[in-house]
Design a protein around this ligand. Structure first.
Ligand SMILES: Nc1ncnc2c1ncn2[C@@H]1O[C@H](COP(=O)(O)OP(=O)(O)O)[C@@H](O)[C@H]1O
Ligand SMILES: [Mg+2]
Length: 258
């Protein structure tokens, strides 16, 4: 065969990548899933070396799913969580959230998506120390430009949903660890985001309180929330309905467990 024939044969053949990426690359359709990641890479230049923290990660998360992302230290969990949460952009690949292509967005657009679509829960709660529980929960609504009376009402409702209606005027140092995390969860939910994204949410809690928080996640999932929990603990991951295992920047296993 001549080179030209080979080249022509090549254009007719289905590329392995195209098969793997399915309709997205073939038709450039907007995915229906809440989250769609396609061949996501995150690389860091370390002197002369390039370090690939994520190496071509692809997965979807449907609305209403409860997913755990688990992996050992250094496997790329935080890097992936920062991308899912629109706190960072990939070096390569495409990422849609709620049908919007976020991988190519600029910082101000990303900030808007973040405020609208994502509720964050962190290991160390990240509450304002001098503000009451109620004020902490109101904060995302201030950024969203909601009126004061509306804010107060919604913050109260959100705190009641995590069973803290009797602690609204307490400051973080007047609350237990579990109560602080519940304030953070109320804050994450007050904007009715599309996705609740939690990074090691029980990492700073004792085992009894951890169980309480995981029970709360289960209830929030039953109420229709989409949840992604990043963890290195197997018993926390086992509470989810699907576990994505990552290792060395790749998805090693993606299993439905419930
Ligand atoms: N800003 C950065 N610059 C350079 N390397 C980084 C940076 N962030 C993470 N890494 C590297 O990427 C890999 C994955 O890190 P990370 O996502 O934090 O892992 P995990 O959260 O699973 O412990 C690690 O090898 C880490 O050293
Ligand atoms: Mg991490």
């Amino acid at each position: 065969m001549s080179d030209a024939t080979l080249a022509a044969a090549g254009t007719n053949a289905v590329e392995p990548g195209a098969l793997e990426h399915g309709d997205l690359l073939a038709h450039d359709a907007v995915p229906a899933a809440l989250i769609s990641m396609r061949d996501i890479w995150k690389s860091y230049q370390m002197g002369a070396e390039e370090l690939h923290a994520l190496q071509g990660v692809s997965f979807d998360v449907q609305r209403g799913e409860y997913v755990a992302i688990i992996g050992p230290s250094g496997s790329g969990k935080s890097t992936l969580m920062n991308l899912i949460g629109c706190l960072d952009t990939p070096s390569k690949g495409r990422y849609w959230i709620n049908g919007k292509l976020v991988s190519a967005m600029e910082d101000d657009e990303l900030a808007r998506i973040r405020n609208k679509e994502i509720g964050f829960v962190f290991q160390t709660f990240n509450l304002l120390a001098r503000a009451t529980a109620l004020h902490n929960v109101e904060l995302p609504l201030i950024y969203a430009g909601i009126s004061a009376s509306d804010r107060r009402e919604r913050a109260k409702r959100s705190l009641t949903a995590v069973e803290l209606s009797d602690r609204m005027t307490h400051r973080p140092n007047e609350l237990s660890g579990g109560q602080r995390q519940r304030v953070a969860i109320a804050r994450a939910l007050v904007n009715t985001p599309s996705l609740l994204l939690a990074d090691e949410p029980t990492g700073a809690l004792d085992s009894h309180t951890s169980v309480e928080i995981m029970n709360l996640f289960e209830r929030l999932h039953a109420d229709g929330n989409t949840i992604i929990v990043v963890t290195h603990e197997h018993d926390i991951a086992a509470r989810a309905h699907r576990i994505i295992h990552i290792r060395d920047g790749n998805i090693e296993k993606d299993e439905k467990i419930k």
